[in-house]
Write a protein that binds this ligand. Structure first.
Ligand SMILES: C[S@@+](CC[C@H](N)C(=O)[O-])C[C@H]1O[C@@H](n2cnc3c(N)ncnc32)[C@H](O)[C@@H]1O
Length: 269
């Protein structure tokens, strides 16, 4: 399978049928399709701290990490979107998708495959039809077939207009956000930064989405902040929290999925 290819069958074959051919909606079998994985033991090395040794052992024995390498996907996170989409069927051919916080590109690979994105040709500008994926991150993302990449801080004042300018008709059908700011270790500060990113993403989504559109965003355990949740409930028909199987059980990570955008942003907050 071609690495990062977005052709038929998807990036590394990670289309609807899933890595390892497991298929289905985030099947409990996991990414290996129920096959047993050989446990890898990590030898101690003089230069390795015990925490880096634990991290390495976890990576080597994580079936999603193994599957992402096998399937040519850039992140284990790709399976979170895959599992959510297998269940909720958000990504359909021809849709326009914005991927916020896209590096290294796993979600964009899944999205580009499923919306059959043709990408923007710099010579011809924004395509007149077909699926589209526009991705942004302040970290560089290696080029991906079918994905228009913007290297910029999403919270920069010009970022939203830049993204809109790359979308056909200036609108999107789906806004994805897996953004996570690096933690500073101060719980209150870290919490506020996460909520701040999610709120900015939600307001952008309400600005750019077409009626019926969807917004999927990383939040953290304890669910979405009251203000943000109220805002989403006013603007979308259905709002739910999701913990996909690929999201580590010991992580506080959670996703909020808002579907059925009502069409006009309700400003009252
Ligand atoms: C968990 S990673 C995303 C992984 C990605 N979904 C994938 O599958 O490859 C979170 C990303 O959010 C990005 N990020 C955080 N804050 C951002 C901001 N203000 N603007 C743009 N990107 C941001 C980080 O640089 C990081 O690459």
């Amino acid at each position: 399978m071609s690495k990062g290819g977005a052709g038929k069958g998807g990036p590394g074959g990670a289309g609807r049928s899933g890595p390892g051919g497991a298929g289905g909606s985030g099947s409990a079998k996991g990414p290996g399709g129920g096959q047993r994985m050989m446990h890898v033991r990590v030898k101690t090395a003089a230069k390795r701290t015990s925490s880096s040794q634990r991290w390495l052992a976890r990576q080597l024995n994580d079936p999603y990490v193994v599957a992402s390498k096998r399937d040519g996907l850039r992140s284990r996170a790709a399976y979170k979107l895959k599992e959510i989409d297998d269940k909720y069927q958000l990504l359909k051919p021809g849709l326009r998708v914005v991927d916020l916080g896209a590096a290294p590109g796993g979600w964009s690979q899944i999205a580009a495959d499923r919306v059959k994105s043709l990408g923007a040709d710099p010579e011809r500008g924004v395509p007149e039809r077909g699926g589209q994926v526009v991705a942004i991150d302040y970290l560089g993302v290696e080029p991906l077939p079918g994905v228009t990449i913007v290297e910029m801080d999403f919270t920069a004042p010009e970022a939203e207009d830049r993204l809109k300018g790359l979308l056909r008709d200036g609108h999107a059908d789906i806004v994805l956000s897996d953004m996570a700011a690096p933690t500073v270790g101060h719980t209150r500060t870290d919490h506020l930064r996460i909520i701040g990113l999610a709120e900015t993403a939600a307001h952008f989504a309400c600005d750019v989405l077409t009626p019926g559109g969807a917004f999927l965003c990383k939040v953290f355990q304890g669910g979405t902040e009251r203000d943000l949740l109220d805002h989403l409930k006013r603007n979308f028909a259905v709002v739910r929290h999701i913990k996909p199987p690929a999201s580590r059980a010991d992580s506080a990570e959670l996703y909020v999925l808002a579907t059925g955008f009502r069409g006009e942003q309700e400003q009252q907050r």
